[in-house]
Write a protein that binds this ligand. Structure first.
Ligand SMILES: [Mn+2]
Length: 371
């Protein structure tokens, strides 16, 4: 190898290693002062371009997707970067409810972006969930709490991915580490995301750091545990009140697409009361072929949280509690996948599981089974 080539090779390797060290230290290191300095330095080196950088959560956004885009765009603006939150498809009823209660504006709808648009992605890690045009855009950052999807971490200059209950918990940590003050609006926005994704810290995905953020934000907003429980209950009711919605809109109220090893699949997350569960499942099974056609899928899945009256009737702020999930499936090969994960079907297309797995926990299991 001649000398010049050798030196060039050396610098390529050295710079690559530095890059990797930077990303991983920023994404896992919680030594606040040093990681804050490193993050600020990484942000400075990003290719921001001259136009606004858009911050997007996933398509068919839930509250965490919408609010993480808002809170992160706000954080970036506080650091001096021209960022704006957008949504790539219409928002759901729970988002409308909490935005009105807390008094924040839902981002404008922008369904597609031009090539070379600068993007920051929150709450998703798969191209199938991105705003249209994302593959031709420049993705500057990814802030997420899911396993790594087909938008690989390695290709993005700044990634912070932690398996916590809500994307907003990660963003809360970043405000603190970067020393950016959390104003009332930011506190409301982040709390909304945490309440929704962790169902007020009751989901199995919630961890210690979610509680830390919950304590700090509710404290700042002067909300008692009871008033937070009331807000959460109303959010939960808004999320599961499907009255007046078409079956397709219900299925898509909390829905994601995935491309896994060449298989295109869709996955809905629903909630329903056990008393009317059978009829609800029949309606959802009937709409799944249409979901398949509309989204050009090979397989369609949904999990339905099974809600039963709370045996402890003194808990008026928690009239219903979850009792397992129903997992429904449609499409060639889906029965085998579903039964490998959850065991035998109750009837064609339907399985019950007492284990309350979230979509985030089920998708990696499907990923392992698919060839
Ligand atoms: Mn989320």
């Amino acid at each position: 190898m001649n000398n010049k080539k050798y030196i060039f090779h050396f610098w390529c390797v050295a710079l690559t290693l530095c890059g990797i060290a930077f990303v991983s230290s920023c994404s896992t290191d919680h030594d606040e002062s040093s990681s804050a300095g490193e993050c600020r330095a990484v942000f400075k080196t990003l290719d921001w371009g001259t136009d606004t950088c858009f911050v997007y959560g996933h398509k068919t956004p839930d509250v965490d997707a919408v609010t993480s885009a808002l809170s992160y765009a706000k954080l970036m603006r506080a650091l001096g970067y021209n960022c704006k939150a957008k949504v790539s498809s219409k928002t759901n009823r729970e988002t409308a409810y909490i935005a009105q209660l807390f008094g924040f504006d839902v981002p404008e709808l922008k369904e597609a972006v031009e090539p070379r648009t600068r993007l920051i992605l929150t709450d998703h890690s798969d191209y199938a969930q991105c705003v249209d045009g994302a593959r031709e855009a420049v993705i500057l950052q990814k802030i997420d709490h899911h396993t790594e999807g087909d938008i690989s971490d390695a290709g993005i200059p700044y990634v912070r991915r932690e398996m916590v209950g809500s994307t907003n918990t990660i963003i809360f940590e970043m405000y603190r580490e970067l020393g950016v003050s959390i104003d009332r609006e930011a506190a409301c926005i982040m709390l909304a995301g945490i309440l929704s994704d962790t169902r007020n810290l009751s989901k199995s995905t919630a961890c210690g750091i979610d509680s830390v953020a919950w304590m700090a934000l509710t404290g700042q907003l002067g909300l008692s545990a009871d008033s937070v429980a009331k807000i959460n209950l109303a959010m939960e009711e808004a999320a599961s009140s499907y009255d007046g919605m078409s079956d397709m809109d219900i299925f898509e109220s909390d829905y994601k697409n995935y491309d896994i090893k060449g298989h295109r699949l869709g996955f809905g997350s629903l909630t329903y009361k056990q008393a009317q569960m059978d009829a609800f499942i029949d309606k959802m099974l009937a709409v799944m072929p249409k979901v398949m056609e509309k989204n050009n899928l090979e397989m369609v899945f949904a999990k339905i949280d099974n809600m039963v009256p709370n045996p402890d009737s003194t808990q008026t702020l928690k009239p219903y509690v979850q009792d397992g999930i129903y997992f429904i499936y449609y499409g060639a090969g889906t029965k085998e996948i579903a039964e490998t994960i959850f065991g035998a079907s109750l009837r064609e297309g339907v399985i019950y599981s007492s284990e309350e797995l979230s979509r985030k926990q089920i998708v990696p299991k499907i990923q392992n089974i698919l060839k």
